[in-house]
Design a protein around this ligand. Structure first.
Ligand code: HEM
Length: 347
């Protein structure tokens, strides 16, 4: 029997590049989105200042979102090529085997089952993650569109849909970031450091543990079935024009998505008010008909306002004449004192 290889090719170069772009775009989206959701948190203020201000954070979020959508288009076209032209198995599709594997893995982890489940190219954990990303991207793209283009959205949906989209977008962001930090990091870094998405290769030991069913197929030579060149060319000739039209339509969709309206990104400077709100009063010495002369020293001056509101400015001391004024207009001396006290305390 021939010796088993030590490592197996798991990801081709383009798949690895795709994953690096996904890491970059997703981390940037989380880093620029979460500070907007929690704007008063110290860490948010720090991140925003690192970027150079909230305006830059918002623009960077949109650039990363555009990259995220472009990757999704590339991924769709590539998946179509693998399935239709290269006739690879749809190994990411979930099926009843995954339920059986999940149950067996659960029992194995509890020490009840004696062996691990024999899993295929993608195990149930990887499939769950993959479809969570697909689902998350759809939610983020739809709600992101609504936040990006609120006017266009409110042409077809009621206005309440915009804050609802904001709530869904923010909540899904928390879910997605936590799923990556807890679920994904545990499975690919903590449980066992798996670098196959960067190196492209996976060890024999890992194949035996996580993808035993796939390993059996590889060793039986099922994966290396010769591809008929003529059939391949024929399928390419059908697929590539369809993929080109689809890609162009999707790219146009992304172009419209990001250019449709600028309402939610343009920062409108506060409008200059033509009305002077605070006008300090200046005393105008012109007497009004309501002025009262009290004595020769004129302890009382009357300031006339443009709207004919008279303000009395009292000068002098109580005994120098003020007493006389209030006594004449107040019923008792105590009332007069109270009135004066009130006047002094408010001044
Ligand atoms: C197609 C993908 C996406 C698009 C089009 C998109 C677009 C947007 C837009 C337009 C906003 C409003 C912010 C502003 O007006 O500047 C926003 C906010 C936000 N985004 Fe995204 N985004 C996408 C993906 C993501 C992802 C993957 C995450 C997280 C990992 C994320 C996290 C957030 C968060 C947390 C907010 C703040 C929500 C709030 O204020 O409650 N976004 N996004």
């Amino acid at each position: 029997m021939s010796k088993k290889p030590n490592t197996f090719l798991r990801f081709e170069v383009m798949q690895r590049i795709e994953h690096i772009l996904l890491i970059l775009s997703f981390s940037t989206l989380g880093l620029t989105g979460l500070p907007q959701k929690f704007p008063t948190a110290g860490i948010s203020l720090f991140i925003v200042s690192l970027f150079g201000g909230i305006e830059i954070v918002r623009v960077v979020h949109r650039v990363a979102a555009t990259l995220f959508m472009l990757e999704a288009i590339y991924h769709l076209v590539d998946a179509g090529y693998r399935l239709y032209v290269r006739r690879q198995a749809a190994s990411m599709l979930p099926g009843p085997d995954d339920v059986r594997d999940a149950l067996k893995a659960f029992l194995y982890n509890l020490g009840i089952a004696r062996s691990r489940p024999k899993m295929g190219r993608f195990n149930f954990v990887e499939k769950a993650e993959y479809w969570a990303v697909v689902w998350g991207l759809l939610i983020m793209a739809v709600t992101g569109f609504m936040l990006w283009n609120p006017v266009a959205t409110s042409l077809v949906l009621p206005g309440q849909a915009i804050p609802a989209a904001k709530a869904a977008h923010g909540a899904e962001a928390i879910l997605a970031v936590l799923a990556i930090l807890i679920w994904h990091f545990y499975h690919v870094h903590l449980k066992k450091l798996n670098l196959s998405i960067f190196t492209g290769r996976v060890s024999l030991e890992e194949m035996e543990e996580e993808h035993a069913a796939e390993l059996e197929k590889i060793l039986q030579g099922e994966q290396q079935k010769a591809v008929d060149d003529a059939k391949l060319r024929k399928r390419k000739a059908i697929y590539l024009p369809i993929a080109a039209v689809f890609s162009l339509a999707m790219l146009y969709g992304v172009y419209r998505f990001v250019t449709l309206e600028q309402t939610a990104i343009t920062t409108i400077p506060p409008k200059e008010s033509p009305v002077e709100i605070f006008v300090p009063q200046t005393a105008t010495p012109a007497p009004s008909p309501t002025a009262k002369a009290v004595s020769n020293e004129a302890p009382l001056q009357v300031v006339s306002q443009p709207m004919d509101i008279s303000i009395m400015v009292l000068t002098g001391t109580w005994s120098e004449g003020i007493e006389g004024i209030v006594a004449s207009s107040c019923s008792t001396r105590d009332d007069a004192r109270n009135a004066l006290d009130l006047n002094n305390s408010s001044g």
